[in-house]
Design a binder for this molecule. Sequence first.
Ligand code: SAH
Ligand code: SF4
Ligand code: F3S
Length: 475
Amino acid sequence: MEKLHKPDLKLARKRSKEHIETKEYQKTEIINLGLGKKYLIQTHGCQANEADTEVLAGLLEDQAFTKTDIIEETDVLIINTCAIRENAENKVFGELGRLKSYKKVNPNMIIAVAGCMPQEEAVVERILNKYKHVDIVFGTHNVSQFIEYLHYVMVEKKRLIEVFSKEGDIIENLPQARDHRFKAWVNIMYGCDEFCTYCIVPYTRGKERSRQKDYIIKEVKNLVKRGYKEITLLGQNVNSYGLDFDNIDYSFANLLEDLAKLDVPRIKFTTSHPKDFSDDIIDIISKYDNIMPFIHLPVQSGSNSVLKKMNRKYTKEEYLTLVEKIYDKIPNVSLTTDIIVAFPSETEDDFKETLDLVEKARFEGAYTFIYSPRKGTPAASYENNISEEEAKSRLYQLNKLVNEGYLRGNKRFEHQTVKVLVEGPSKTRPDVLSGYTENNKLVNFKGPESLVGKIIEVYIEEAKTWSLDGIIKNS
Ligand code: SAH
Ligand code: SF4
Ligand code: F3S
């Protein structure tokens, strides 16, 4: 084995004051590495990974690789992994195990593991020892170098493990092969400095770094010119956009307003940390019709003592005050959230506080999780006496309440006309089209495929828990 550079979570925890440079992507001297060859990327985890996958696909297509969906026929397979919970990691190890047999049939297939899991030393050790059919392991900080890595492995026929624990500069103008024709992700920042005590992301994604506004505005203008209808601004905590700039006073609210003034039909953003969701941001959302009235605002818990142990930096009362302010200024808004149950030593009373908050905040959806200890994070060493059975029972009770919120959120659109961005045939009913409203509600209706990619008016006849059924207006 020749190239070996392993990660170190302790190093990843460090935050330096070092200035982050913005550099333009320099094309490699390698050309047509993929002529006649195919690639496949499996993406796990959040939108940060989806965005990285589009860059990896762009890099590969620049080298004349073509995309395939069939594992048996691919020459390069990348698994872009997520480290957020243990079951996310187990899924990847399961997949890696299965790939051994594919490699027996197609020994030239190059298997690469990318994303957040390689940022953990334990994962890299396990791959090195037990998954010898994996050829390349690289992390989140060196995506732009993938072609060099691939070239090395193809020519030298050796394994390459290259994971950096410290973030690098921001690289602009990377090629991207976007997965969607009218919805696009746009990173506005990378990394996270919040260090919620349960969370691995600040270790796998490095320190918070905001992209310069000119590059973001240029990217969005270009997408609009190409006919994109919906832009999702990405960051682990978009509200702290710009706080890392030296001597530049430009906030997320400023960016949101500058983008809303462009001719973008729809803008949304994810994710917001409640602690710095400013009044300015609320005002800008309420002022511009093209900013979707849809806010994902993870709360994690309704108990003040748990929130404190999680290092979330707000109380239940502060969260609810913020929510009321949002409802007051953006009356048609849909709020969704993330919640963790069974955080170490969460009591029955703590959990009841969460249920109470869910009722009071009137969420119209939530991602709910059982706490999963992540090695290297502070909470992993907290004493935890909650049984798996109890954790499951709490999740079940919470989901029951959350599902009532989904239905309530959908019901308010019954017998109303909504604007729908048409995505394509419904996944479950191929004779039906589906799309999303400005409040991010799924709508099913009958209509011609020529409507795909357009924003149309649909009259809602019936609301169900997970979707709305409607008919096209004036048809
Ligand atoms: N940056 C985003 C979300 C990142 S991860 C934010 O702060 O909102 C997405 C969600 O996964 C988190 O909101 C949290 O609810 C959940 N999560 C993170 N770490 C977890 C862990 N160790 N166990 C269970 N859920 C976790
Ligand atoms: Fe994780 Fe907290 Fe950062 Fe979100 S804000 S990515 S939960 S550390
Ligand atoms: Fe997972 Fe990494 Fe996103 S851990 S949630 S893919 S930042």
